[in-house]
Design a protein around this ligand. Sequence first.
Ligand SMILES: NC(=O)c1ccc[n+]([C@@H]2O[C@H](COP(=O)([O-])OP(=O)(O)OC[C@H]3O[C@@H](n4cnc5c(N)ncnc54)[C@H](O)[C@@H]3O)[C@@H](O)[C@H]2O)c1
Length: 398
Amino acid sequence: MPLNMVNRYNMKTINIGIIGYNFMGKAHSNAWLQASRFFNLNSTPVLKVACGRNEAAVTAFAQNWGWETIETDWRKVMDRDDIDVVDIALPQHLHYEVAIAAAKSGKHIFCEKPMCFTSAQAREMLIAAEENGIVHYLNHNYRRTPAVLLAKQMIDEGQLGRIFHWRGAYQQDWITDPEFPLTWHLQKETAFAGPQWDLNSHSVDLAHFLVGDIKTVTCLTAQFIAERPLPGAGAATFSAGANSSKEKGKVTVEDAALMMVQFENGAIGSFEATRFATGRKNYNTFEIYGSKGSLRFNLERMNELEFFSMEDPEDWRGFRTIIVTEDSHPYISHWWPPGHIIGYEHAFTHAVADFIQAVESGKPIYPNFGDGAKTMEVLEAGLESAKTGQRVSIKSES
Ligand SMILES: NC(=O)c1ccc[n+]([C@@H]2O[C@H](COP(=O)([O-])OP(=O)(O)OC[C@H]3O[C@@H](n4cnc5c(N)ncnc54)[C@H](O)[C@@H]3O)[C@@H](O)[C@H]2O)c1
């Protein structure tokens, strides 16, 4: 008997065009597919076009994920009248050009981080988005982890009191092997910088969200491996080792970055970003210490939030672990019963669901290009400080 496919198929549609089909291409495709199944949206996203340079590879991707059509030149996506949203899942050297073109074509933008190369580019992207009245979102997905949102709620309620310290560390180890090839992440032309851009962009976004604006930055960077084998055919993020060629090329970004910052509100903070922390895989952690209590988060245990309260009786005061999977916790009522944990991909679905609601309502979603411009200013100040050895003040124009 044919099922009565009401609701989802009778909903309004929002047509998506994704550019880039690898790691983020998959994470985003999954989120576009899941969002209207788990969230009560008035519109459903339609996977309309996937774009990549290699026709065979983008076709295979499109078939696997259910994208209706393909393009091999991203400019063609901008010219298509049937596309409402451009999803930028490309390396960051292309974000600026693609986002400006998308904004000028009146398409809403769902953009991967780091936003672009410079804060000047970021401000131009923001202006283009505002002038064309589109919804713009920058995918710092960790903001949409329930435990991070619970941390935000607790800070806003005053559970931590006055905040003294932010301690952020984003540590990975996937390029520790000197034979790991020179992928786009390790070249200035395509990545602009190393973990200062890739990882500290996430941490600075979280620090802005949870603690507040940053006013000065002091930074140290290091490069551990100066040359690497050129990538062979099929080299891909995190697993390219087997595909290296014998020829070598220069690594033109830093391998690790350490920042010390002063926040506008008097707190101080540190940020540690590296892809050389052996044993750490996606160890995105922060600790926040305040006059009344403290919080600790670790993405590798993303359903948990550690909390210490000075208001607990002295005898049994200590860090407790909150399992952030109750219906009352942010986003969780859309998923599973308590304790039936969620994972990395869920934050992408949360982002997509919020993004669709923003497109429906015309209201902004955060973080957006304005937040991204502020983050770029901090990261940029970090590189300047690492170069000059001086503390750098943020000259915010946003
Ligand atoms: N939010 C997150 O947690 C997260 C995680 C990983 C990566 N990222 C960001 O997402 C972006 C993409 O990273 P990734 O890991 O998916 O990279 P990737 O190397 O896995 O994929 C990049 C894709 O872009 C395509 N591409 C490159 N140049 C192109 C061009 N000129 N035209 C069309 N397609 C082109 C490649 O073919 C590939 O499909 C980066 O900016 C990265 O920093 C974000």
